[in-house]
Design a protein around this ligand. Structure first.
Ligand code: GLC
Length: 557
């Protein structure tokens, strides 16, 4: 692993990612502007006013590039264009411009591990063993035990989506290529410096266009065992519960330390003089494997310049909604980060296009408490579209399932339930589209659960999110303050103080389904907001707070 030299002088002002509220846009599902039932970039532009009013500081757009859509855009056939389904390059320029006019930064998805099998690089690479792109993908000869006419895969690696062999035979080369995800997503060969140079050029293309940063996809997979050894069998695999991919422990097929060096090369691009006039930032997607999540996150902060890069923090998706693991994590993680380098920016994602929605995972009350918690934690906070109105996973009838991951999922639903169209109004197709059909069905609750219905309702999810976002935008301690975890002496409570200069806030969270009396031991002057609209809190003059089941509250001085 490379270590940071921290040669760059400490910035004297705060960088935009510090405290930023980033709204994740799944372009297929925000707004359809041309009536084809699929969201698009002009649709996103038409909703920028909404996002500005909501209080977001940045958007991250999932892929909108030309793609055969085997994995809904994560299979890219041209890294430097827009799929006609989503609009044109000019629409994209307009989107960046319009966002900037509203003080909204734009991050786009960079997918470095694999391209589409329809990408010209792969089409060339697959033709022979000696063409100019021959070594741009991961090609291997059959296993030595193969018999004539029956080539066996070089090792036991399996793909994430089906849990079956990750190797696909190509007769033209008499070799297999590796696809860690879909068969239509061949892995690029990151040990080849030409590939790395090409991906850096892709970054330059978009930085030139004005994007403020990247969300970097599936980074564990860019570095694999150079000897291509088998992955060991996972003794804990449960075929009834687990997706097939969990059959093996993926210690060789991904997660090798060269990833930090490769990603450092990408981070350097953000520092190039041509781009450094604006602050650019990248956030890397790597779910910590079982074991020590804090160590896994720190390895990224240590390995890649924290002035321009941070790993996603996925605890909001991975931890049980229980006080003890959260208390421990917050204490250890923020302390470690602070001692490592003051430039490190945490980046909390509590939802995304790959995971069940917050309300479906946690229940309504806990999801509201989680929203209060997320929006009062330090660093970047990633809010997945629809979470701000409390959207739920939508069950998808079997014949309408789209997601390739459904193939390896025992429930057969894959990730479609969390990708359904945004619910704007109680009208036709929830205001998402004028078409008779949408790419995924609209949630059955859209008549009552939609932006229009929630906007003026003081009890709604929308009002809670908007209130919390406004506070985060106004209060320096919520944006920049350190987090100090309190000793509350109760197993179901977590509390922390965010302080900056002479301003501070106190957050108290009850993780249990019972009311709890909390004596925080710090001054609670003004009651600001509760996650529970039934709360009847007053300023905490006597130092005791009665918390309702699954309630989170915010006080300030
Ligand atoms: C990431 C994306 C996911 C995609 C996969 C392959 O995990 O978030 O949606 O399927 O990478 O690109």
């Amino acid at each position: 692993m490379t270590t940071n030299q921290h040669t760059t002088p400490l910035p004297t002002t705060h960088r935009w990612p510090e405290g930023a509220i980033v709204y994740q846009i799944y372009p297929r599902s925000i707004q359809d502007s041309n009536g084809d039932g699929i969201g698009d970039l002009p649709g996103v532009i038409s909703r920028l006013d909404y996002l500005q009013e909501l209080g977001v500081n940045a958007i991250w757009l999932s892929p909108f590039y030309p793609s055969p859509m085997a994995d809904f855009g994560y299979d890219i056939a041209d890294y430097c264009d827009v799929d006609p389904m989503f609009g044109t390059l000019d629409d994209c320029k307009r989107l960046i411009h319009e966002a900037e006019a509203r003080h909204i930064k734009v991050m786009i998805d960079l997918v470095p591990n694999h391209s589409s099998n329809e990408h010209p690089w792969f089409k060339e690479s697959r033709q022979s063993r000696d063409n100019p792109k021959a070594n741009w993908y991961v090609w291997k000869d059959p296993h030595p035990d193969s018999t004539p006419g029956h080539p066996l895969p070089p090792n036991n690696w399996i793909d994430v989506f089906t849990g079956k062999s990750a190797w696909e035979w190509v007769p033209e080369r008499k070799q297999f290529y590796l696809h860690s995800f879909h068969v239509a997503q061949p892995d690029l060969n990151w040990s080849n410096s030409e590939v790395r140079a090409a991906v850096k050029d892709v970054m330059r293309f978009w930085l030139d266009m004005g994007v403020d940063g990247f969300r970097v996809d599936a980074v564990y997979w860019i570095a694999k065992d150079p000897f291509f050894r088998n992955d060991p069998v996972n003794p804990a695999f449960d075929p009834k519960e687990d997706e097939r991919y969990k059959m093996l422990t993926h210690v060789n097929s991904c997660g090798w330390p060269a990833a930090y060096a490769y990603l450092s090369e990408l981070a350097h691009v953000l520092h190039e003089p041509a781009f450094a006039q604006k602050e650019r930032f990248m956030v890397t997607e790597a779910y910590p494997k079982d074991g020590d999540a804090v160590a896994a996150y720190l390895a990224f902060y240590e390995g890649i310049d924290p002035q321009v890069a941070a790993p996603f923090n996925f605890q909001g998706l991975m931890l049980r909604w229980e006080a003890e693991p959260w208390r421990r994590f917050l204490r250890v993680f923020h302390h470690a980060l602070e001692s490592l380098n003051p430039l490190c920016v945490p980046s909390y994602a509590f939802g995304n296009h790959d995971k069940s929605r917050m309300v479906s995972r946690l229940g309504e009350k806990a999801a509201r408490a989680a929203a209060l918690m997320q929006l009062t934690l330090p660093g970047m906070v990633f809010v997945y579209y629809g979470e701000e109105i409390g959207m739920r996973d939508v069950p998808i009838p079997v014949d309408l399932v789209q997601d390739p991951e459904a193939l390896g999922d025992p429930q057969g639903q894959g990730r479609d339930p969390e990708r359904t169209p945004m619910q704007w109004t109680p009208g036709h197709q929830a205001g998402f589209s004028t078409s008779t059909e949408t790419w995924l069905p609209i949630g059955p609750d859209y008549k009552t659960l939609n932006v229009e219905a929630e906007k003026d309702d003081p009890r709604s999810f929308y009002t809670l999110y908007r209130t919390l976002m406004a506070l985060r935008n106004e209060r320096e301690s919520l944006r920049y303050g350190f987090v100090q975890v309190l000793e509350l002496g109760h197993p179901d409570l977590v509390g922390y103080v965010r302080s900056y200069k002479d301003e501070y806030h106190v957050v108290l969270i009850n993780f249990s389904d019972q009311p709890v009396t909390c004596v925080p031991g710090v001054k609670l002057h003004k009651f600001v907001v509760s996650s529970n609209p039934d709360a009847n809190l007053t300023d905490g003059a006597n130092g005791t707070v009665e918390l309702l089941p699954y309630e989170a509250v915010l006080f300030t001085q």
